[in-house]
Design a protein around this ligand. Structure first.
Ligand SMILES: Cc1cc2nc3c(=O)[nH]c(=O)nc-3n(C[C@H](O)[C@H](O)[C@H](O)COP(=O)(O)OP(=O)(O)OC[C@H]3O[C@@H](n4cnc5c(N)ncnc54)[C@H](O)[C@@H]3O)c2cc1C
Length: 378
């Protein structure tokens, strides 16, 4: 691939989710309308469809083409802002629930991809937290203590497989996972349709309002969807301009992929203690060549306009730690919503009875989206 022509295309972009779906062409009545077809919207819609509800999923673009098409898909039950910080802010009970809910999301992905036979490269693996170059080992000790207090399956080890890190103290978390996000969405979409659900791409929602006993979702094309309830899973809520937006802030994060010979690195999730941190994983490729995916260099959206420098820094960091990587195949960026307490906002929209939201991914939006699928339908 000619990288200069494809600067903002993610590694997953060649996979289209429900390419045969067509825009909403008439007004309809369903049980639940889901606005947004990323991991959150499709997870919620899937669980509702399994429970026998008639669902319609509406997206302003192609199905699954939002931030989920730009993720790096670490499926981690570990708070990436540190359990020690989460405990300080919200206490041990909430931190334990955070860990359990993210673990439940990974379990749910595993069971869905099994029951729906979704070939999405899902695999369980270890996650490794290691100190940034020059970082302090005491950070690792503090995080170990915090994680053990709330029952996290973690142990201290020595050495991670990066140049210069063979003798570094690190934490190894069990039961983490990863997958190909768009192949997984393809399976969810098929599961929704197989149960009578509808997917409407290229249909912009402009209003979500409660009516007597139900909801009305209006689209720019003039058609409406009426339902008993609605779920707004647009990553950044389109229905609520204040209550939630004042409790979260958008950050831009950058990702790149490189070819790497198979078995150069053990298949695992890796992230460091730098602020902002770097995150690394592998993705199976063809033959003996896999992909190494690296992310980082985050900044608050609107506070920097230097993407070229960010990618250069990310590439340099990667080549320093993994000198054997091959050519760059893709580079892309996207946005994450960081909340005030590192946890997502999932449930009834403030002030509504029948409108629900899933937002505040906190950089862990794949698992948070699946948690929305577990919580909202109940
Ligand atoms: C580079 C990068 C790396 C990341 N790495 C990880 C990771 O390793 N692990 C992890 O858990 N998370 C990660 N994240 C975060 C995670 O990918 C996202 O939080 C998650 O995919 C968001 O899913 P979503 O369903 O909430 O939103 P989206 O996937 O963005 O879906 C929302 C949909 O709503 C639609 N929409 C918006 N407005 C309207 C409207 N008016 N009408 C109709 N439709 C509308 C959009 O078109 C979009 O398709 C990463 C994100 C980025 C950018």
């Amino acid at each position: 691939m000619n990288v200069s022509d494809e600067r903002t295309v993610s590694l997953w972009a060649a996979t289209e989710v429900a390419p045969d779906a067509v825009p909403l062409g008439q007004s309809e009545q369903v049980d639940v309308v889901v606005v947004g077809s990323g991991i959150a919207g499709l997870s919620v819609a899937y669980e509702l469809a399994v429970a026998g509800q008639k669902v319609a999923v509406v997206d302003r673009g192609r199905i699954g083409s939002g931030m989920t098409a730009r993720t790096t898909a670490h499926l981690s039950s570990v708070c990436d802002d540190y359990f020690s910080e989460l405990i300080k802010l919200r206490g041990e009970d909430l931190a334990r629930i955070f860990y359990q809910s993210q673990s439940a999301a990974i379990d749910r992905i595993q069971s869905i991809q099994e029951t729906e036979s979704i070939a999405c490269d899902f695999r369980r693996l270890y996650g490794f937290l290691f100190p940034a170059s020059g970082g302090r080992e005491s950070d690792i000790e503090r995080e170990l203590d915090a994680a053990l207090k709330i029952g996290v399956d973690v142990e201290k080890i020595r050495g991670v497989p990066f140049a210069g890190f063979s003798d570094t103290q690190a934490l190894r978390y069990a039961n983490q996972a990863t997958f190909h996000p768009l192949k997984y969405l393809c399976g969810l979409a098929a599961g929704i349709r197989a149960r009578g659900g509808a997917l409407y791409p290229d249909t912009i929602v402009e209003n979500v309002e409660e009516t007597d006993g139900g909801v009305r979702v209006s689209t720019v094309s003039g058609f409406t969807l009426s339902a008993k309830s609605a779920v707004v899973a647009t990553n950044s809520p389109i229905n609520d301009r204040v209550a939630l937006h004042t409790k979260q802030a958008p950050y831009r994060t950058y990702a790149m992929s490189f070819e790497i010979a198979r078995d150069t690195l053990p298949d695992a999730l890796y992230w460091d203690t730098e602020d902002p941190y770097h995150y690394v994983r592998l993705q199976p490729g063809e033959g003996r060549i896999d992909f190494l995916i690296v992310g980082g260099e985050d900044h608050k959206t609107g506070q920097a306009d230097d993407a070229g420098d960010r990618f250069a820094a990310l590439a340099a960091w990667t080549r320093r730690l993994v000198p054997d990587i091959g050519v760059e195949t893709n580079r892309w960026s996207g946005q994450v919503m960081e909340t005030v307490d590192y946890a997502g906002f999932i449930g009834r929209n403030p002030g509504n009875q029948r409108v629900f939201v899933a937002t505040g991914d906190s950089g862990q939006g794949i698992t948070h989206g699946v948690v929305a699928g577990l919580l909202i339908p109940t």
